[in-house]
Write a protein that binds this ligand. Structure first.
Ligand SMILES: NC(=O)c1ccc[n+]([C@@H]2O[C@H](COP(=O)([O-])OP(=O)(O)OC[C@H]3O[C@@H](n4cnc5c(N)ncnc54)[C@H](O)[C@@H]3O)[C@@H](O)[C@H]2O)c1
Length: 253
């Protein structure tokens, strides 16, 4: 028996990086997984890999910043698997810059992908979880949701919003058996981290070396973030709700 046997899990941003690791970890824990991403090829590849390894997965292509995309993703998951027991919100983007450097479009897009999606999916998934007697939502926030960072104004604002939305949802929906938590990764080796170097015009090797400056003296692996997500999503985290858990090699410390 896996930690998520008999459960259906939806993972957004599951085509790459942390979301992909979460989807695979959930599948290894015996969940049926709905792999949601805006990138059709990436979603299908992750789905195929899970199925080839003996798991159960469905790919759904959707933009989770839009109400229609979220509604379609939830409807497809329900049609295929009957309900949603676990939701992991991992879709996210970054635009590095101070408030004088970023555009209005950057602000709007980052807030829409990183924050609106948690609301838009939450309002559809919570009633399903209530009807099923409970469920678990885990969002991927960031260490920059707990403290500030340089030239990352909208990203910091968006991740702090995810942290406090997590707490608010935990309070509202705990009485109906729904736990809501978030994981706050430190710099983790994914395409996003390399994009940040490009956005700042920084040399990648030097950027990654600076990212490793934390007590454990290295950046994280997506699987290490996924392990924390599984702990919160499964019964191992049965008395844990409303937390923002740093998984960051001691960066916040
Ligand atoms: N990598 C890090 O260092 C780090 C640190 C802290 C937090 N995070 C957070 O972890 C999460 C995953 O990031 P990652 O590093 O794996 O990035 P990534 O770029 O590797 O993966 C992000 C995935 O989200 C998808 N996506 C983007 N916009 C979408 C949309 N509108 N609808 C659906 N899918 C969409 C992308 O196609 C991609 O597959 C993000 O929320 C990010 O902010 C990452």
């Amino acid at each position: 028996m896996g930690a998520l046997s008999g459960k259906h899990a939806m993972v957004t941003g599951a085509g790459s990086g942390i979301g992909r690791a979460v989807a695979r970890t959930f599948a290894d824990a015996r969940a049926a997984v709905t792999v949601v991403d805006i990138d059709a090829g990436a979603a299908e590849q992750v789905c195929r890999r899970i199925v080839d390894a003996g798991g159960t997965a469905t790919a759904v292509v959707a933009d989770v910043s839009e109400p229609g995309g979220c509604d379609r993703a939830v409807a497809a998951a329900v049609e295929r698997h009957g309900g949603i027991d676990v939701l992991c919100n991992a879709a996210g983007i970054i635009r590095r810059g101070s408030v004088t450097e970023i555009s209005e479009d950057d602000w709007t897009r980052v807030m829409a992908v990183n924050v609106d999606s948690v609301f838009l999916l939450g309002r559809r998934v919570v009633p399903l979880m209530e009807a099923a007697g409970g469920g678990s939502i885990v969002s991927i926030a960031s260490g920059w949701g707990l403290k500030g960072g340089d030239r990352a104004a909208v990203y910091c604002a968006s991740k702090a919003a995810v942290v406090n939305l997590t707490r608010a949802m935990a309070i509202d929906h705990g009485p109906r058996g729904i736990r809501v938590n978030c994981v706050c990764p430190g710099d983790t080796d994914t395409p996003m981290l390399r994009q940040e170097a490009a956005q700042l015009g920084a040399e990648t090797t030097a950027f990654l070396a600076e990212a490793a400056e934390r007590p454990l003296a290295r950046i994280g692996r997506p699987e290490e973030i996924a392990a924390a997500v599984l702990f919160l999503a499964a019964d191992t985290g049965s008395f844990v709700t409303g937390v923002a858990l740093p998984v960051d090699g001691g960066g916040i410390a």
